[in-house]
Each structure stands twice: as structure tokens, then as C-alpha cells.
Design a protein around this ligand. Structure first.
Ligand code: ADP
Ligand code: ADP
Length: 232
């Protein structure tokens, strides 16, 4: 019952002397309804793994599945549809639309898909992320932390089956980080969503069901029931 999986995933960059082995045959299943944190030193392959899982990058070899769908066989159009229908992204690099308000940015993916906004859930997300009085502002009128929380709200509001995050609490102060982690936890507990995030935040370990550690392109540890104190 995996919401997503990687099987013998290999990713190399460059050729010959300068080849970088970013992923050396990584196999991992993400069980539906679980919150997994991927941790490990800088350069260990975390972002590469996340990008391959989310279909934003293609592996050199190996297989990625979202639910029962093998991403290898999909063309661009099918891939875009899969992302829109099933995946929420909280990536730092994924900017908001500067001309739209926070509210419009948050509902944009649903508007594009022609889906209805669940107002109660949206209000709860916005409230928990402390964005209630910021909805009419454009990104340029928001702080960096608020922009990131808007990106998080946008990922959550459509309740996608799976949420991928690349450092979703990077750049956030301790209070906002806690709010983001707790709302991800709540998405899993209350809506049976699956969350997979790459993070350096040791506190993520106490919110996650499972922590997968990467080092030098390989999984070196895969543990459940950790707390923040176990990480540092
Ligand atoms: P992490 O997210 O754990 O910091 P990355 O997945 O970003 O690690 O990178 C893993 C390895 O792949 C690193 O050695 C990095 O320098 C290399 N790498 C990542 N992206 C590229 C790229 N586009 N071209 C060449 N090397 C890359
Ligand atoms: P297209 O080429 O059809 O415009 P894209 O690859 O640009 O498709 O993006 C399709 C969807 O994938 C976006 O709507 C977004 O949900 C997601 N996406 C693309 N790139 C990123 C990214 N860097 N970070 C997060 N999500 C992304």
C-alpha cells in the first residue's frame, strides 16, 4: 500500500572523471497515510531523490511510482496531469505568482483544475499558518516566512494524496516552522494524506512517523518513533 516508491533508483550527473553519483541504487516505499522526513548531510542526494519522486527530474535508471503509476512511461502531458491531480509541492524554488494576492495564489491550483475550494479546510489551513490577515496581500508585500507559508497553504488546500516538501521550514522562524510541521502532521492524521519532506530541521523527527537518512547517495538508516533529541 505504497503512496509512492523508488526502486533501485540511480542518478548520475556528468561523465568520466567528473561523474557525480547523486543516488546509488536507492529503494524506498512511502506507505500511504504516513509522514516521512528525509534527512542527511548536504550533498547526500536528498533533493535529487525528492525531485525524481515528484517527477520534476528523471533518474538515470530505476523506477519511480506514484500509487500504482510508473512515472517512466508517462509523457509530459500525463505527468503534468498526475502532478495536478495527486501531488502537492512545498518547494522553496517554486515561486508564487507576483501579480496575484495570497488568497488567489493559494486557490490557483484548484482554480486551474476547475475544482471547488473546501472553505472550511482552507480557513483552517490559513488560520493555523497565521495568514488570516494577509490574504489580500501580494507576495511582494509579504515577508519571506509569509511567502513560504502561502506556498505551504497552496500545497495543502486541495488535499492532494501526497505532499512533497523540500525544506518546507527552511527560512522560517521557530514558531512558523512548528506551525508548518504540525499542519503537515494534521493532514496525515485527519485526511489520510501522505507527506514526504526533505529537511534539516531536527524537530521534524518528532512530527514524522519515520526518518530516512541518506549519506553519499544511499539510505544508511530508516527509523520510526524518533524524537528531535535523537537527531542531534
Ligand atoms: P542534498 O539535497 O542532499 O544536498 P543533492 O541531491 O542536491 O543533495 O545533490 C547530490 C549530489 O549531486 C551532490 O554531489 C551535488 O553536487 C550533485 N548534483 C546535484 N544536482 C546536480 C546537477 N544539476 N549537476 C551536477 N551535479 C549535481
Ligand atoms: P508544464 O511544462 O506543462 O507547464 P511544469 O513542469 O511546468 O508543466 O509544471 C506542472 C506542475 O508541476 C506545476 O503546476 C506544479 O504543480 C508542478 N511543478 C513544476 N515545477 C515545480 C517545482 N520546481 N516545484 C514544485 N512544483 C513544481
Amino acid at each position: 500500500n505504497a503512496a509512492a516508491s523508488a526502486t533501485k533508483l540511480v542518478k548520475t550527473y556528468g561523465k568520466g572523471e567528473t561523474t557525480v553519483h547523486a543516488l546509488r541504487s536507492v529503494s524506498v516505499d512511502f506507505t500511504a497515510g504516513e509522514f516521512t522526513a528525509i534527512m542527511g548531510p548536504s550533498g547526500s542526494g536528498k533533493s535529487t531523490l525528492m525531485h525524481c519522486l515528484a517527477g520534476l527530474d528523471t533518474a538515470t535508471s530505476g523506477e519511480v511510482r506514484i500509487g500504482d503509476i510508473d512515472l517512466t512511461g508517462l509523457n509530459d502531458k500525463q505527468m503534468t496531469k498526475l502532478r495536478r491531480d495527486r501531488i502537492g509541492f512545498v518547494f522553496q524554488a517554486f515561486n508564487l505568482v507576483p501579480t496575484l494576492t495570497a488568497r488567489e495564489n493559494i486557490t490557483l491550483p484548484l482554480d486551474i483544475a476547475g475544482r471547488k475550494v473546501d472553505k472550511q479546510w482552507m480557513d483552517m489551513v490559513v488560520d493555523r499558518l497565521g495568514l488570516g490577515d494577509r490574504l489580500g496581500h501580494r507576495p511582494s508585500e509579504l515577508s519571506g516566512g509569509q511567502v513560504q507559508r502561502v506556498a505551504c497553504a497552496r500545497a495543502l488546500v486541495g488535499r492532494p494524496q501526497i505532499i512533497f516538501g523540500d525544506e518546507p521550514t527552511g527560512n522560517l522562524d521557530s514558531r512558523s516552522s512548528g506551525e508548518v510541521l504540525s499542519i503537515l502532521r494534521r493532514s496525515v492524521d485527519e485526511f489520510d494524506q501522505t507527506v514526504v519532506i526533505v529537511t534539516h530541521d531536527p524537530r521534524a523527527a518528532s512530527y514524522a512517523d519515520r526518518v530516512v537518512f541518506l549519506a553519499d547517495g544511499q539510505i544508511v538508516s530508516d527509523q520510526r518513533g524518533l524524537s528531535g533529541d535523537d537527531i542531534f
